[in-house]
Design a protein around this ligand. Structure first.
Ligand SMILES: *Cc1c(COP(=O)(O)O)cnc(C)c1O
Length: 377
């Protein structure tokens, strides 16, 4: 079976976790501080580690003072984590349509959905590409919005020669089991806004003020004040130990992901029924590889056939405006997302995939799609 995605764990991660277990200090301490320092020096600005990417988004939105009665613009094509993170603050996620080429938020569509309650825009760097960040920044400035980027897919990617996370308002990353690097579960908030940094540092520790530095030193604060709503969102030493070793492997992971995605691009170049997303893989570290199928057969049938032939696939993602919790009957339609969604399919991409695996996946998908198109012509 060729898996859709998986973690890649070496002896180094196992040894690092064992080290934490042997020291028997499992909670938030030295390793978390070290991991944050690594992230901060990589991105050139403060990074605060938390228990997952959803928590990172939730804390970032909360720290901006966004909550009940506020609205956040977010593309409908994203993991439900983006939506739940917004909803967790009491704010309303306002679904927006996507652009046909990048499959990322369409600012022209977003503009139509702005109200007096709109406080932020959450671009989602879908698959690891980032679309036109400058356009989003200009849009946000024009409407006085915060930009809280869901950069869960884009760790390691760059834009105009700068690393994602090293510029812009607020960027949130995920280090869950299958992301570009993993902590098992984990995430971080990166920003130059010192007030946001101070708020999320406390809010991840139940709102206990100024406890982080004690934790890094293996201590904790026994008497304290709490001034704002906090959550149990800190990262543990076990997770950070994995993250530290994974971070050291980022270059190698990125090289492999870029190479395999470029190979898929090349193999699909002669097939007009399989449309790839146009990414420049010299700058994009792809988290997933998504194609759009041009076929009369249902995606389910094609996915079933692929599975029978030993290839796992996925769907990234069900459109959030179709979910009961986030459905708004008064919302304007989503023509691009609705057109694209039924044809989207994610095919295997991870760092333990061989070149032969990629060739086999591409050959099999091309066979199934072209065969089905001949039959139905
Ligand atoms: C993974 C992911 C998240 C959330 O990260 P978790 O660490 O799984 O909580 C958010 N948005 C997108 C697009 C993701 O893929």
């Amino acid at each position: 079976m060729i898996r859709l995605s998986k973690s890649s764990i070496s002896a180094a991660e196992r040894k690092a976790v064992d080290g934490v277990l042997q020291r028997e200090y499992l909670g938030m301490g030295d390793e978390v501080g070290q991991f944050e320092e690594m992230l901060s020096s990589f991105l050139g600005r403060p990074a605060i580690a938390v228990c997952n990417g959803t928590a990172a988004l939730h804390l970032a939105i909360q720290a901006c003072g966004i909550g009940h009665g506020d609205e956040v613009l977010v593309p409908t094509l994203t993991y439900v984590a983006s939506y739940q993170a917004i909803a967790a603050t009491g704010a309303k996620p306002v679904a927006c349509d996507i652009k046909d080429n990048t499959l990322m938020i369409d600012c022209a569509d977003a503009e139509k959905r702005i109200t007096t309650r709109t406080k932020a825009i959450m671009p989602v760097y879908y698959t690891g590409g980032v679309g036109n960040i400058t356009e989003v920044e200009v849009f946000a400035q024009k409407h006085s919005l915060r930009v809280i980027a869901d950069a869960a897919h884009a760790f390691g990617s760059t834009y105009n020669g700068r690393r994602i996370g090293s510029f812009g308002d607020i960027n949130c990353f995920s280090f869950d089991g299958i992301k570009n690097i993993t902590c098992g579960e984990g995430g971080c908030i990166v920003t130059n806004d010192q007030a946001i940094i101070e708020k999320v540092k406390d809010a991840r520790l139940l709102g206990v003020t100024k406890d982080s530095d004690n934790r890094y030193a293996g201590k904790r604060t026994w008497e304290f004040d709490v001034t704002e709503q906090g959550w149990r969102y800190h990262m543990s030493n076990i997770m950070a130990a994995i993250g530290i070793e994974q971070f050291k492997r980022l270059d190698s992971f990125a090289t492999t992901r870029k190479y395999l995605a470029s190979l898929y691009d090349k193999l699909f170049a002669d097939c007009e029924d399989i449309i790839t997303i146009q990414h420049d893989y010299s700058t994009v570290v792809p988290h997933i590889y998504v194609v759009r199928l041009r076929t009369t057969r249902s995606r389910d049938e094609i996915r079933r056939e692929l599975l029978e032939r030993g290839i796992q696939t996925g769907i990234h993602y069900q459109l959030n405006h179709t979910l009961t919790m986030f459905h708004d009957p008064a919302a304007a339609p989503f023509p691009v997302a609705e057109k694209v969604y039924p044809r989207l399919i994610s095919i295997p991409l991870h760092t333990d995939l061989s070149e032969d695996d990629v060739r086999q996946v591409a050959r099999t998908l091309k066979e199934i799609v072209s065969l089905s198109n001949t039959i139905h012509q």
